[in-house]
Design a protein around this ligand. Structure first.
Ligand code: 13P
Length: 256
């Protein structure tokens, strides 16, 4: 595998955090700290912060993402936001299939696939999350779970469209727990997911696909995780809410 063929992307997933003034302040603090980044830098923010974030990042190297989108274009779906609504605003990325959506909001592989389809149809770039629970890991079915989630999400996605997809391997047991996967564990599953992509789209497409790791990545452990040959950046929760920590992770990704 040739890491030089793909671009590392560090994306913050703010989850349900930050009011608009807080969002503006955090992005303004991040901007100078990441301006020389040699990797993609993205902040995925709550819907209410999208306009503020888009305004704040103008003229910078930071991209803005949403944390979900609905699959229908419009209609009677109270509280939902369509991919087209995001695209019209100038939003570039959207996280789909986060484990918190799967766990708490009944997100299924089928709805993940529908959301992916809708996002691609609107020209959005997708950060697709896959990952096993602790129970699944203990049962030895990590690879099977990640393969099923990846294949189901990519159903009907063409090889050309794959270029707009970033995969984030996020073991559920490592999210917000302070329990990071070891760099070997992260690399092993990321590598396995790449073989799944190779089966679907061929070796070259697999080598070009950005596969992030997410789950308690922070300023201290980022370098070791990002040094792994199959770890192409990170999806960062808690540490993305602190500008110096987020910037340190961006710096670690820029040197690998
Ligand atoms: P933490 O970095 O807080 O563990 O969250 C990871 C995550 O869920 C990113 O999407």
């Amino acid at each position: 595998m040739n890491k030089a063929k793909r671009r590392a992307v560090i994306a913050g997933n703010w989850k349900m955090n930050k009011t608009r003034p807080e969002a503006k302040a955090l992005i303004e603090e991040i901007i100078p700290l990441v301006k020389d980044a040699d990797c993609g830098v993205v902040v995925c923010v709550p819907y209410t912060n999208l306009e503020t974030a888009l305004e704040a990042v103008k003229g910078t190297n930071i991209g803005v993402g949403a944390e979900n989108c609905h699959w229908e274009k419009s209609g009677a779906f109270t509280a939902e936001i369509s991919a087209g609504m995001l695209a019209e605003m100038g939003v570039e990325y959207v996280i789909i299939g986060h484990s918190e959506r799967r766990q708490y909001f009944a997100e299924s592989d089928v709805t993940v696939n529908r959301r992916v389809r809708a996002a691609l149809d609107e020209g959005l770039k997708v950060i697709l999350c896959v990952g096993e629970t602790l129970e699944q890991r203990e049962h030895g079915i990590t690879e099977r779970v990640c393969a099923i989630q990846t294949k189901a999400a990519l159903e009907g996605v063409t090889a050309k469209e794959l270029a707009s997809i970033i995969i984030a391997y996020e073991p559920v047991w490592a999210i917000g727990t302070g329990k990071t996967a070891t760099s070997e564990q992260a690399n092993e599953v990321n590598h396995y997911i790449r073989t799944v992509i190779a089966d679907l789209y061929g070796e070259e497409a697999a080598e070009g696909t950005t596969i992030q790791y997410g789950g308690s990545m922070n300023a201290k452990n980022a370098e070791e995780l990002l040094d792994q040959v199959d770890v192409d950046g990170g999806l960062i929760g808690g540490a993305s809410l602190k500008a110096p920590d987020f910037a340190a992770i961006v710096k670690a990704a820029s040197r690998t």
